[in-house]
Ligand binder design. Sequence first.
Ligand code: BES
Ligand code: MN
Ligand code: ZN
Length: 496
Amino acid sequence: MSELAFHARKSVDPARSKSACSVLPVFGKELGDAAAALDPQIDGALSAALKLGDFKGKPGQTMVMPGAGKLERILLLGLGERDKLDRAAVREATQGLSTALSRLSARDALLFAEELQGQDVDLAWSLEYLARHLVMSAYRYTETLSKPKDPLSLRKLNVQAGAALGSAEVQRLLDRGAAVGRGANLARHLGDLPGNLCTPTTLASEARKLGRGNKQVSVQVLEEKKMRELGMGALLSVSAGSEQPAKLIAIHYKGGKSSDAPYVLVGKGITFDTGGISLKPGAKMDEMKYDMCGAASVLGTLQAVIEQKLPINVTGVIAAAENMPSGRATKPGDVVTSMAGKTIEILNTDAEGRLVLCDALTWATRLKPAAIVDIATLTGACVVALGSHATGLYANDDALAEQLLTAGTETHDRAWRMPLWEDYRKQLKSNFADLANIGGPEAGSVTAACFLAEFTGDCAWAHLDIAGAAWNSSPKGATGRPVALLSRYLAERAEA
Ligand code: BES
Ligand code: MN
Ligand code: ZN
């Protein structure tokens, strides 16, 4: 995957620094400082280019010019009016930059980043966002293509960020952004893999890879036999119809003191969701290979946490199963007993995410966590409510909710809080069991969250419904969300 490296550079003279592509900010019709310093040394070529009027310096607009001397290429990068510079402008500029770089064969570039700050955006934010985004722009799905897509030529981005932050701090911000970007790319890769190549067994071996050669990481895989002994009747009811055995996977990262309570992430890992006996319609059913994106985000986040050696304890738990119809499959009306002892009437076998998660949550509560956050492509209703811009956030703890919302805002991997009121919980009543697994046509994302809330004991818990956020439909592809949100949340916990 991405081999893009970042290097913080001390202040350099733009005319004397050798690079395959020098990236110079432009603010509307006004050259940025680096461009203004370079301009007289190349016979006013930059101001002359602006005068042509083709390049207006709007946020994200780019223009590539042949360079001179040690500069092979010059890339003018629009940021919009200087006094209006905000995070949105930096995001657009980052997008424009990655698109422009992807069209070049330059293997290295030098970005003059000092001016990527303004009233509502500081340099630290810009550097971290830029590194994450550029690493993500290098992602290519190649696994099942006989002719792989063209890779990004760029291998190295040198960043000159001025004196305000110090080059160690600049490097730290770039490294952090890149680590999160690589984590998100791992999540995208696993999400994009087809269901025949990404099974519960595959997720278990991906988890083991994270622990390889690292004393701070241990990986546990519970097989169906063990889960039966533990009484995980809800989870096992989902894999009952499949040839693929379910796995409960736990990745324990110990970066903190051994007595520190772990932060636990629990991911829905349905490697394919046919709906089971309550079979889904055929249209777009292929997209149900993405039903393990919660699990993928747990793996991606753990990878980023491990790479950054965060000084906290984090456990990733993955409830992995395939939801298939067959002669052994669970039927509508069947009643199963969860690990927590609660009985569940399965009225719809397509509401399987909550069934695997409820047993995984019960197992997770036994780890005495500081907090539990589950991540799941749980409901189509969440896509109806929020579309793909926001993840649906539910929480039984206001402080935890705020921390997650803030992490989402800061990384532009946003979430929006939804209610968990008792009034909704009533929709889950059953005549034949303690709970039904569906709550009727109204507020489907909320009732799914209410179901999960029944299995969280007295732990601080939040649920992220990423059904809309986890993948794009055109062009199809996993987004790697919410790895950025989760990584930021954990980094903040480590600093607190
Ligand atoms: N994996 C789906 C949720 C989903 C649907 C995510 C579409 C993204 C796009 C989940 O297992 C499911 O099938 N949920 C049902 C619940 C219903 C039966 C109560 C749904 O949303 O239709
Ligand atoms: Mn389903
Ligand atoms: Zn599902």
